[in-house]
Design a binder for this molecule. Structure first.
Ligand code: NAP
Length: 424
């Protein structure tokens, strides 16, 4: 489309104040595995007066879903369907018809850019479940300033990866600040327990990131403070296997880099690093029960990082482990899945034995339902809580921690994610 026509269209649509938009919320990717769970959470966890739509490229699939949702929830404002693909015109229309968009259309590095960009340009709030931090790194460079100027609160990485960890870290810091009056120097997290299986979209995404980013881009985005708005404090070397007196025997965890990228963006966004602490260090491990398991897991984690870099191995993983597009763990399997993280923060006290805070972040629901819960409760906070830190910041590409509030933690608790802290 010609540039002047595009500009004219944007100017006309941007003059529409957010409150006059047709929908409060749209779920884009509603026909996918995570999208369906997200719509179910919208039905269960948002006000019944919410004006909302499910969006995607397949009218037949959307109609079937909308029919079912409206049958099951007759007392709610009926859900509408919205046909959208990834063309510039389509995503701009989509972004301009709603106050908030939840996107579960992935791989995000392949499909996500026009969607997030349109939300930034049209001042539309946005939440997604990407775990692809190299893509988020690019989006921050490209869209943060526009989003802030337009007042769009944009929260990527708000799914199972990495929202619970970001909220858990915030909760630790807040407990230390509230009870001891200081910041923290060091936080260690462990994946204490994880039972689950991958969806087709997750396997596809893990293999796709490396087809769309160069090694140089991946290296840049993998720096611990790459997503932070300010340079982070130096991080000490830590052995990949170690025993922690509060968390037990720990080994390498594959999602340390992804979760760390979000945590350090939160660190930098919240009072320029002063709220968490200027000497803040952070690392995530996985808990194991013996040194042999620790060693085997450490090797497996290193192999898992290398596989997606090699094209024939990517082909093999797709062939052997891909459950199929739109597929994922069955409802019955999901009932047996759960996840728990534990974390410890050391208070920034000038003594040889500084006090500590402990957090337990545990979910009685599986990782995919948890993703849907995190997305929908993040959306609720943006739409209905005008006093979040994200609202005070006025928008931009932010993090789940920027939405943290007692109200959000209460809603998460009710939906199955419990975040409990204590000073130890
Ligand atoms: N990090 C986390 O915590 C987390 C958790 C869950 C999921 N995820 C991510 O979320 C993404 C989705 O996963 P999933 O398992 O739900 O995948 P999925 O079942 O394959 O769903 C993908 C969705 O995207 C839509 N889509 C794909 N290409 C499209 C296009 N060109 N135009 C419009 N729509 C398109 C699909 O529509 P059709 O039905 O029409 O094909 C479907 O609705 C993946 O990137 C996954 O990694 C991340």
């Amino acid at each position: 489309m010609a540039q002047p026509q595009r500009q004219q269209r944007q100017q006309q649509q941007q003059q529409q104040p957010q409150r006059n938009r047709k929908y409060d919320l749209v779920v884009f990717g509603a026909t996918g595995y995570t999208g369906k769970l997200t719509s179910e959470q919208v039905l269960q966890g948002t006000p019944s007066t919410l004006r909302w739509a499910i969006a995607g490229r397949s009218p037949q699939k959307l109609e079937l879903l909308a029919h079912e949702y409206n049958r099951l929830y007759p007392d709610r404002v009926p859900v509408e369907i919205y046909i959208a693909d990834l063309s510039e015109f389509s995503v701009e229309r989509l972004a301009s018809c709603t106050r908030l968009l939840i996107s579960t259309v992935g791989p995000f590095i392949k499909y996500g850019t026009p969607v997030l960009e349109a939300c930034a340009v049209y001042g539309t709030h946005y939440v997604d479940c990407t775990g692809e931090y190299p893509w988020v790194y690019e989006m921050i460079k490209r869209c943060h300033k526009t989003a802030k100027r337009k007042g769009a609160i944009i929260i990527p990485q708000a799914g199972f990866e990495s929202a619970p960890i970001d909220w858990g870290t915030y909760a630790l810091v807040k407990a230390v600040r509230d009870e001891l009056g200081v910041g923290v120097t060091d936080v260690t997290f462990s994946v204490h327990n994880l039972k689950g299986q991958f969806s087709g979209g997750t396997v596809e995404t893990a293999m796709t990131v490396f087809e769309h980013a160069t090694l140089q881009e991946l290296h840049e985005a993998s720096q611990f403070d790459a997503l932070s708005p300010i340079k982070g404090p130096e991080q000490p070397f830590r052995y990949p296997i170690r025993k922690d007196e509060d968390l037990g025997l720990l080994t390498s965890w594959i999602n340390n880099s992804g979760d760390r990228s979000v945590v350090f963006r939160s660190w930098g966004l919240l009072d320029g690093g002063k709220y968490y602490g200027e000497q803040f260090t952070w690392k995530e491990y996985m808990r194991v029960t013996s040194y042999i398991t620790a060693f085997i897991w450490m090797l497996l984690m290193n192999v898992a990082v290398i596989i997606p870099l090699i094209s024939p191995l990517r082909w093999l993983v797709r062939k052997l482990f891909h459950p199929g597009q739109g597929e994922g763990p069955s409802e019955e399997a999901r009932r047996t899945h759960s996840v728990e993280w534990r974390g410890v923060a050391i208070a920034d006290e000038d003594t040889d034995t500084p006090r500590k805070a402990f957090v337990r972040v545990h979910s009685t629901i599986d990782a995919y339902t948890l993703t849907a819960v995190c997305l929908v409760q993040a959306a609720n906070s943006i739409l209905f809580n005008k006093n979040t830190m994200a609202a005070e910041m006025g928008g931009g590409i932010l993090t789940p921690a920027c939405l943290a509030s007692p109200e959000l933690f209460r809603l998460l608790d009710r939906a199955g994610l419990k975040i409990e802290t204590k000073i130890i």
